[in-house]
Design a protein around this ligand. Sequence first.
Ligand code: ACO
Length: 326
Amino acid sequence: MVRTVIVGTGCHLPARVLTNQDLEKMVDTSDEWITTRSGIKERRISSKDEPCSFLATQAAKKALDMAGIKAAELDMIIVCTLTPDMLMPTAACLVQKNLGAERAAAFDLSAACSGFLYGLATADNFIRNNINFKILVIGAEVLSCRVNWKDRNTSVLFGDGAGAVVVTGRNGRRGILSNHLHADGALWKLLHIPGGGCVSPPSRQMLDDNLQYIHMQGRDVFKLAVRAMEESAREALEANNLSPQDIDLYIPHQANIRIINSIAERLQLPREKVYVNIHKYGNTSAATVPIALDEANREGRIREGDLIMLNAFGGGFTWGASLIRW
Ligand code: ACO
């Protein structure tokens, strides 16, 4: 049976660190509030020289290096992002140029914080049809450009970064076991960026009304995220006749430590089986899962044969889970 295997991982974070203490000087907040409510201690912020495509390219180079695959061998590049460098061209085309991946088709995929899971599932389907395909799937975000730095409800939560994987096909039992994707557009207003699209195109009025920024009903999003992530995690396990006890490492979207802890408790996962790095980077949307996957991989937390679960929830709403036999 052809399965999609992850043969390389990489990540890249901007150099600039913005701590909770720095934020105390910018908005009416405290390190204590941010830490207890979200688990975040600091996040990374891109400079003008570090746009989405740059972060994505740096992460991709490390993943290709680990995979031992040259950029020229790639068949496809998928960049999962809601903050591309510009509306056209896609960030994926700029990554293709940066890497010199002449053979690769390239496109962006927009599914907010679940973007990487949607991208991985897309790549998985191409590879099941062609075992030799080599695909780069990247989650990359510069959310700092969509955060209202005067709004304490959102500014403390988000950060910038990128994570990447290289996937290809192999025969055997290792690889992606299944992907489970969901969406509910009816609830879009609870988490959205209203300005900059065709409904509210860029204008002075749009900027005056702060429509270019993330608008979020945090409490509602929190409850929905816990329920949806748990349900999709269970769905993935049931589809493979597995139980939560079979998971060796659970890698959830890093939006809030309390969301992560709630799901871990519901699934009865011990702390050592749950990967957490939210304290260092905050919520980097589509990038949290591949960054965490790369860090876990390089720290030796993942061994061949381990059962890995990826689980995410984001704007749209979108959510899902992927199970991987490493
Ligand atoms: N510092 C101090 N006080 C604050 C801050 C802050 N940074 N932000 C909000 N507060 C205040 C609020 O104004 C409120 O005060 P009030 O009671 O006087 O009105 C109080 O703190 C409590 O606010 P709540 O919203 O109840 O706080 P909650 O415990 O829900 O935590 C949070 C807020 C962290 C936003 C949480 O709801 C959350 O993480 N939600 C989920 C976010 C998420 O998962 N997003 C996922 C997808 S993101 C994407 O797709 C791009």
